[in-house]
Design a protein around this ligand. Sequence first.
Ligand code: GUN
Ligand code: ZN
Length: 452
Amino acid sequence: MSHTETQTLLRGRILDFHAAPTDEMDTDAYTYIKDGAILIEGGKIKATGVYQDLAAQAPQATVKDHRPNLLLPGFIDTHVHFPQVQVIASWGEQLLDWLNNYTFPEETRFEDPKHSAAMAGHFYDLLTSHGTTTAVSYCSVHTASVEAYFAEAEKRNMCMIGGKVMMDRNAPDALRDTPQSSYDDSKKMIAKWHGKGRAHYAITPRFAITSTPEQMQMAQAMVAEHPECFVQTHLSENHDEIAFTKELYPDAPDYLGVYESYGLLTSKTLLGHSIHLTPREIDVLAETQAKPVFCPTSNLFLGSGLFDDGGLRARGIQNAIATDIGAGTSYSMLQSLNEGYKILQLQKQKLHPLRAFDWITRGNAEVLGLSDKIGTLAAGSDADVVVLDSHATHAMDLRMQRAESLSEELFILQTLGDDRAVAETYVAGVAQKNGRATMANTATPAPVLKSA
Ligand code: GUN
Ligand code: ZN
């Protein structure tokens, strides 16, 4: 068979999830194979199992030996802002001032297709170097940013979700669209990109504060016209934000009531932050199956508040986890787990490391309704795989000498790990870290600092 020449066998310790495990004894929820392998053909996973079995099944396959590293499904980041790659680590403000002082000025630069294209290159290099193979991103208000975002993803054959932010008030002139132009531009981008290769479109009214009721109606029309698309926005991140939203929409019962009244809540709706929720809002989440998205590093960085993972889960509300770059402070989903663990600690909630790793892979994929394509190592899935080195740093190596279980190893990875622990990332079967010339290597000269 000629196609066997294109088969690849990744060898290493396999960890794959089938449900959210309660602990290490919950062995129905996950598969762990000490000498395992993933057989890849045509960008897809053909089989996952014991190395000896797969090597016998595919004797022609090129073997990439990653032992003793772990092989997991690529990480999924469910809320990130691609135009904020140069906003990350901006000092001193909470949400609304942070948006006005840092974020909005930076996003105006994405009107320029060249700037958008350059930043998209950096963005994808950063995602894959941190082990993330799928992300759900906000672009800027400009279609140039959407074009750059999806064009770069297409080049790399990545499964990416995103959309143009709709925003027609409470922002600088250069960042405001109109209800009609936001509709027309979003429709154009949906027609061009949704379903092209691995791309999915997300209808993206930024948040209630930056959309007039007229723009919300346009978003409502689009959601009705495109049930195949995702919807993403922000919800109840910060107390001043909630108070301002109530002023702007005095007839709404609460913040979520705004989105509810415009028909924006479906099982494909992602609600970034969802921290300060009322009992009625929690009822509406449970009814509509709209998905809260936990953004740990961002919530701490902006001082926004503590996400109630346990409370939402107890109501049967499935949630996702994300970085929220550039309010988030790390591209690493491992670091998102690290900070998420601490946020839950402050509420006396426990995050078991097995559930944590399920969350950033299969769990996030399930929230997106894409777990048949990404988030697991099941046969038929796209071959997006991360290779994790638990000994990557001196501190990790030293701590690993005392680790006695898989759970302990995972906890060390999530607490101490970041891009240094990602030995390799495969996107549709293609290695991204080693051998790929990254934009990050072609650094632009450092600018002269304006002041101390
Ligand atoms: N709310 C509206 N826009 C944003 C944003 O860009 N980042 C965060 N963290 N919250 C928002
Ligand atoms: Zn956000």
